[in-house]
Design a protein around this ligand. Structure first.
Ligand code: NDP
Ligand code: 2IT
Length: 448
């Protein structure tokens, strides 16, 4: 705890005491608290009003049973979560994750980070997150539908356009949002597109939402490179994962002149030194819902490394886009040693604290998730705007808005880091910039 300002230290101890065993939540909180020392020195009212202690305690946490029947007629039971963290800046907003590793500690780390990320977008959205320990892998469409219907049968009473607006995350994409929207509509007898984002394009969805997180993260890295008078042109890149965020990160890297040579899933790594064939990856992952190892069945020149570590492949730009803590201190050191000059986090908290330290000490361009991957939720907020206006915007118009938002987030983080005496430190910049807006709103709203 050497890095937490003395005025804040006890607050972290209290978070540990109140939230035992929630290690990912502790990690996310500590990283933010380490940045806030200079802020409370400058704004003593945040200490007086106990803003930090209040932000660390979610406004509401909902945990519920999700019973459903599998294709064999057997009853299955999962646990559902929705943690409504902060409504200081707008309705709770954040995705739903369906993955067997989900428990309260993961949903709370994601919900906590979401508050600062959403603040950084500059759009009127609070922070929340939800999900379930349901494992969509190997389940039939009908099983996924029955699970989603059961999940929404409880969740519907907690959400709404002006209350809480869920979206996707790991294991939740267009298919799942569709089943949940259908059930919400059926239970409430209301066609309310504003209740969920990431919807299909013919029933209230927004163009660019599917691409938004990956495109946005790549725009963010492009800004970090520009700030160093550099660009993606000719750069060798790695993108971990092969899901929604990874696919559209690879797409935008290629559009900006970079060459992405590797991606992965939880079983292994694909390495294609000619540059990844994205049409094939989309076919395998989005259309057929198969494993990334199938890539080498078509492209015999490429390599599949079962159980491999993608970060051992030399690159100049790395964009982790799978899950939390996928880059440890050793991986970070390997990346830096191999010549990596920029890391942009498409995933949430993909780098361990030891890894973050390595990147910051090496002074490479390091864009933390809550800044770099904010394009997804920002475009969700654009979807909400279109729904509220019963409007739908063109791809070009929406993508331009996304790019402008990412440029703006980059600039705010960059300038804030400068202002607080840590030039180039986007971790500090993002945490402080995201925090101050929420803190000021909380002061204005009184003790609630
Ligand atoms: P998807 O479910 O579409 O894809 C997830 C990918 O990550 C898959 O390739 C998956 O491999 C891999 N992965 C997931 N969990 C693990 C694990 N425990 N170990 C190893 N690999 C894993 O999810 P998204 O692309 O939507 O999300 C990826 C990351 O981006 C997450 O951290 C998410 O929180 C973050 N994010 C997503 C946003 C969005 O709009 N979707 C917005 C902002 C951030 P496998 O198939 O083998 O499980
Ligand atoms: O982590 C994230 O920002 C998301 N999963 C997207 C949230 C959203 O509401 O679009």
């Amino acid at each position: 705890m050497a890095h937490v300002d003395q005025k804040i230290e006890g607050m972290y101890e209290e978070v540990l005491r109140r939230n035992p065993g929630e290690t990912e939540f502790h990690q996310a909180v500590l990283e933010v608290l380490e940045s806030l020392g200079p802020v409370v020195t400058k704004h003593p009212k945040f200490l007086e009003r106990k803003i930090i202690q209040r932000i660390c305690e979610p406004e509401r946490q909902i945990i519920f049973r999700v019973p459903w029947m599998d294709d064999k007629g057997e009853v299955q039971i999962n646990r559902g979560f929705r943690v409504e963290f902060s409504s200081a800046l707008g309705p709770y907003k954040g995705g739903l994750r369906f993955h067997p590793s989900v428990y309260l500690g993961i949903i709370k780390f994601l919900g906590f980070e979401q508050c600062f990320k959403n603040s950084l977008t500059g759009l009127p959205i609070g922070g929340g997150k939800g999900g379930s320990d349901f494992d969509p892998k190997g389940k039939s469409d009908d099983e996924v539908m029955r699970f989603c219907q059961s999940f929404m049968t409880e969740l519907y009473r907690h959400i709404g356009e002006h209350t809480d607006v869920p979206a996707g995350d790991i294991g939740v994409g267009g298919r799942e949002i569709g089943y949940m929207f259908g059930q919400y509509k059926r239970i409430t007898n209301r066609y309310e597109p504003g209740v969920l984002t990431g919807k299909g394009l013919t029933w209230g969805g927004s163009l660019v939402r599917t691409e938004a997180t990956g495109y946005g993260a790549t725009f963010f890295v492009n800004e970090m490179l520009k700030a160093r008078k550099d660009s993606f042109d000719g750069k060798t890149c790695l993108v971990s994962g092969s899901g929604n965020v990874a696919i559209y990160t690879i797409e935008k890297i290629h559009q900006l002149g970079g060459k992405c040579v590797a991606c992965s899933d939880s079983n292994g790594v694909i390495y294609d030194e000619k540059g990844l064939d994205l049409d094939l990856i989309k076919q395998i992952k989005e259309v057929e819902r198969r494993r990334i190892s199938d890539y080498v069945k078509i492209h015999k020149h490429a390599k599949y490394i079962a159980g491999g570590n993608i970060w051992e492949i030399p690159c100049q730009v790395a964009m982790p886009s799978a899950t939390q803590n996928e880059i440890n201190g050793k991986d970070a050191a390997t990346l830096v040693k191999n010549g990596c000059i920029a890391v942009g986090e498409g995933a949430n908290m993909p780098t361990t604290p030891e890894g973050v330290k390595v990147f910051l000490e090496a002074k490479i361009a390091y864009g933390p998730g809550k800044a770099a991957n904010a394009g997804g939720v920002a475009t969700s907020a654009l979807e909400m705007q279109q729904n509220a206006g019963r409007d739908s915007w063109t791809f070009e118009y929406t993508e331009k808005k996304l790019e402008d938002i990412m440029i703006n987030i980059h600039q705010n983080c960059f300038e804030t880091a400068d202002e607080y005496g840590a030039p180039g430190n986007y971790v500090l910049g993002a945490n402080i910039c995201g925090f101050i807006k929420i803190a000021n709103a909380m002061v204005a709203h009184g003790l609630i």
